[in-house]
Design a protein around this ligand. Structure first.
Ligand SMILES: C[C@H](N)CC(=O)CC(=O)O
Ligand SMILES: [Zn+2]
Length: 307
């Protein structure tokens, strides 16, 4: 296990665009390749050690999981920053696993996300807030989540693990609820994944666990019991809970994830103008707690990435 001071460095992961928010929700949501490059590099500059990336259609902003969509920005990001690249295998929750895994399988990143269980994935409630949309697909996309199950069966999980594991890619295990921690323990017991497990606890997605401090404690206590020192804990809070969840995680010895994929806000009622805005805010919290932000290489060592 990691000893000495390095373990108290806090890893900031930044998720710059995702497949949850739609362009009409914020003028700052990166959509084009240029916007994704600028936002990712700004986040790295501000202190993010890992960049979690999705792709979008540059015209409509619709989630796009084709490898060529990622090719339009990945090389420029890789050559301009030491931050570790984390490619989504979640894509959009409407996509099939065969489509979702393609970019990670092709680009063999240091990290790829892996969603360790199926959940209802509600976004339709956002239609109570957002009424005007630039593109027709946005309203339909949100409304369709009323009947959406984000499918991640054990066969799907094994398929992604097998497809990517020969590439030296390690995983950001997205756990939206307590049962997902047990799913991860199960695939670990079957020898499909090697520790240390990078557990990304997801709070506040409608269909998963809530954002109450007790929910955070419950996730941590359960992960401590199931994985002991064989895991590195990180958290993300959806929407307005983002920085509160990050503060609790950092105080508990955890790592944090921010970025416009997970929240469009930089404080109450203020739209973040970039993911870097949120990285700077969470960095202030981390340093305010007397902790330090991990550099990309320190993150690689803490997570045993291939570098
Ligand atoms: C809640 C987040 N959207 C989790 C996520 O980032 C999933 C993925 O890309 O695989
Ligand atoms: Zn994602």
């Amino acid at each position: 296990s990691v000893t000495g001071s390095i373990s108290r460095k806090v890893i900031i992961t930044c998720a710059v665009t995702g497949a949850i928010h739609t362009p009409s929700m914020s003028p700052h949501l990166p959509v084009t390749a240029d916007e994704i490059v600028a936002d990712a590099l700004g986040a790295a500059e501000a202190g993010a050690a890992i960049l979690h990336l999705h792709a979008r259609d540059p015209q409509t902003g619709r989630p796009d999981q084709r490898p060529e969509a990622f090719a339009s920005f990945l090389p420029r990001i890789k050559q301009a920053t030491a931050a570790a690249i984390n490619i989504t295998t979640g894509g959009s929750p409407f996509m099939k696993v065969e489509e979702r895994v393609l970019p990670a399988a092709m680009f063999k990143p240091e990290v790829a996300s892996l969603n360790v269980g199926s959940i209802n994935f509600g976004l339709y409630q956002l239609l109570d807030k957002y009424k005007e949309f630039k593109h027709d697909w946005e309203r339909d996309y949100l409304e369709a989540t009323r009947d959406l199950v984000f499918r991640n069966s054990f066969k799907d999980i094994e398929y992604i693990l097998k497809t990517c594991s020969d590439n030296g890619t390690r995983f950001e295990f997205e756990c939206y609820d307590i049962g997902h921690l047990y799913n991860l323990a199960h695939v670990a017991d079957r020898g499909l994944v090697e520790p240390p497990f990078f557990v990304q606890s997801v709070f506040g997605i409608l269909g998963g666990i809530g954002t109450h401090p007790e929910d955070v404690m419950h996730m941590k206590r359960t992960a401590d019991r199931l994985f002991g020192t064989d895991y590195r804990w990180s958290t993300l809070g959806a929407g307005a809970s983002q920085l509160r969840i990050a503060a609790q995680s950092a105080a508990l010895g955890g790592n944090v994830r921010v970025g416009l994929e997970d929240s469009l806000w930089a404080g109450k009622g203020r739209l973040a103008t970039s993911s870097a805005d949120q990285v700077r805010m969470v960095r202030k919290i981390i340093e305010g707690l007397g902790l330090e932000v991990a550099s990309p290489d320190e993150a690689r060592s803490i997570l045993s990435l291939k570098g």
